[in-house]
Ligand binder design. Structure first.
Ligand SMILES: CC(=O)N[C@H]1[C@@H](OP(=O)(O)OP(=O)(O)OC[C@H]2O[C@@H](n3ccc(=O)[nH]c3=O)[C@H](O)[C@@H]2O)O[C@H](CO)[C@@H](O)[C@@H]1O
Ligand SMILES: C=C(OP(=O)(O)O)C(=O)O
Length: 509
């Protein structure tokens, strides 16, 4: 029991330190102790006095430490408050996790700028660290430095961390260049129903990778005599499968053609990063990629992933449901154009400022000012398509937006088995959402939102949609166990509070 308690305190200290962007050495210095003492505390191998807990709490400015328990995080939302001012979009979860996996292609040091401080990134970092990769947050916690070891220790992989994310699947591509056989735990992530990995296996087979899925793990073996003899045609235009094919092609000293490639934002960010590693790629932004890889990659690289279109859409939706005037800065416009066109048809008034380049020098950003508007339901159904269609991850936000609009809106999420179902939870906040079948919703608006207390659905975007509806509902709502939101959004409650929301974070004692 005492050990368990110490381990929980240790995890709490580690999380709070990482949240602050400090290294163990920095925390040690501020406490006047050694880095190894901090390391022991974080591992739960050292008794920690109440006085020490208080000092750590003070040093890290963390309420979590003062509460002294690392149980699930909940949100208490006082709704009905308009938002105002401006808020910046952070870098994307989906590009950051791909780039972390891609850093394994490189023997040199990788620096990634302004990496989102989110649970999904932490899980991948835990996996990388467990196999011997050194990583540390630098520049006051805003950037990440990654140095792979000479040899990976794959037997020590942190399986618990790996199982909590689907993104580990993107280690298949980089690992096949380093070892002849390896094992990865089954990929997890949001509970969105069955998500096949078959397209990954089909895409990687021409590169010599055979994967056998058995006993909770993918067992991969590499035949180095095999390499693609003709274009690799993806059976699905999926984002991570395209990324895996790119990661496999990146270390082949020849040209590989990938067809039916996704040209979505995270794939583009990965391509820009690979170019910095010396890989030549033609066709970025299209569905045919010609990749000229390099057998050896040993460069010190510095790259800044771009802003998250899905976070931008979340913030646009926050403004819409609270009928606010809000400026969303650094919105990657190329990946939001269809969403904005549909919203424009629904009557949303917004201004879009001049375009400027993201820090990667490639992605186009704008500042968007959303204005309070009278919305009507769209004439046609809302449905996603691979880019350049309406983004699959942006579909859930249309449920909350449709609930604000006069009339009925049909939303057809053909992609995920479970995601539409979670959106019926909006009914507990006063919405009129009818599930026609597992993939189709009919939303009747406008809605008189009412406060409620509920558990977070186990899926990132629906969870945020519920949070936004709580911000619209007069009174106090409670959203329990928001890990899934923290998986993809950095300090969302604090950032929404900075533009006028009232969201309090609390934990079970
Ligand atoms: C880490 C990361 O980048 N995650 C994103 C990535 O996940 P990821 O690439 O893992 O997405 P999946 O492979 O699970 O694809 C999503 C679903 O779409 C289906 N499908 C996809 C493409 C296609 O041409 N036909 C088809 O049927 C798949 O069978 C699956 O049911 O892409 C998803 C779809 O954009 C996004 O929701 C995720 O946020
Ligand atoms: C489904 C999502 O992500 P993941 O692929 O990480 O589960 C998402 O970002 O909405």
């Amino acid at each position: 029991m005492a050990d368990d308690y110490l381990a929980r305190i240790g995890k709490l200290i580690r999380d709070a330190r990482r949240h602050r962007g400090w290294t163990q050495a920095q925390l040690a210095e501020s406490l006047g102790t050694s880095q190894s003492a901090v390391n022991r505390m974080e591992k739960g191998h050292q008794n920690v006095s109440l006085e020490m807990i208080a000092r750590i709490g003070e040093a890290l400015d963390s309420e979590i430490i003062s509460l002294g328990y690392s149980g699930p995080m909940h949100l208490r939302v006082v709704g009905g408050r308009p938002l105002s001012g401006s808020i910046d979009v952070k870098t994307s979860k989906n590009a950051c996790v791909a780039l972390l996996c891609a850093s394994l292609l490189n023997k040199g040091r990788t620096i990634l700028r302004r990496v989102a401080r989110i649970e999904e990134v932490y899980r991948i970092l835990e996996v990388l660290e467990s196999i011997g990769v050194r990583s540390r947050w630098i520049n006051e916690g805003s950037d990440l430095e990654i140095v792979p070891p000479m040899a990976l220790d794959l037997d020590s992989m942190d399986e618990e961390a790996a199982r909590r994310t689907r993104s580990v699947i993107m280690l298949l591509g980089p690992l096949m260049h380093r070892v002849d056989s390896f094992k990865l735990p089954y990929a997890g992530g949001c509970d969105l129903g069955t998500r096949t990995v078959q397209p990954h296996m089909t895409a990687l087979r021409p590169f010599g990778l055979e994967v056998l899925a058995t006993n909770g793990a993918y067992h991969a073996t590499v035949d180095r005599d095999v390499s693609p003899e003709r274009p690799v045609v993806l059976t699905e235009r999926g984002d991570t499968v395209t990324e895996n094919a790119l990661l496999a092609a990146a270390r082949l000293d020849r040209e590989t053609i990938i067809r039916n490639a996704s040209s979505n934002y995270m794939v583009q960010d990965l391509c820009f990063f690979l170019e910095r590693l010396g890989v030549e790629i033609e066709g970025i932004g299209t569905t045919t990629l010609r990749v000229k890889g390099r057998a050896e990659i040993d460069v010190d690289v510095d790259y800044a992933p771009s802003e998250d279109p899905v976070e931008a859409m979340s913030l646009v939706s926050a403004a819409v449901v609270t009928s606010s005037e809000l400026t969303i800065r650094r919105a990657p416009i190329e990946f939001l154009e269809i969403e904005l066109a549909v919203l424009g048809e629904m009557g949303l008034e917004y201004d879009s400022g001049p375009e400027y380049a993201a820090d990667n020098g490639r992605t186009r950003l704008v500042d968007l000012t959303v204005k309070p508007s009278k919305l009507r339901s769209p004439i046609d159904k809302i449905h996603p398509l691979p880019f350049p269609g309406l983004n699959i991850d942006n579909v859930p936000f249309f449920a909350a937006i449709a609930a604000m609009a006069e009339g009925s809106t049909l939303i057809h999420d053909w992609v995920y088995e479970n995601r539409a179902i979670y959106l019926t939870e909006l009914n507990r906040l006063g919405a009129g959402v009818k599930l026609l079948d597992p993939h189709r919703l009919l939303v009747e608006g406008p809605t008189r939102w009412r406060a409620s207390e509920m558990m977070c659905p186990p899926a990132l975007r629906p969870a945020v949609v519920i949070l936004l509806a709580m911000m619209a509902a007069e009174g106090t709502s409670v959203l329990r166990n928001v890990y899934v939101i923290n998986r993809g959004y950095e300090a969302l409650a604090e950032r929404l509070n900075s533009v006028g929301a009232q969201i309090e974070i609390f934990r079970d004692i």
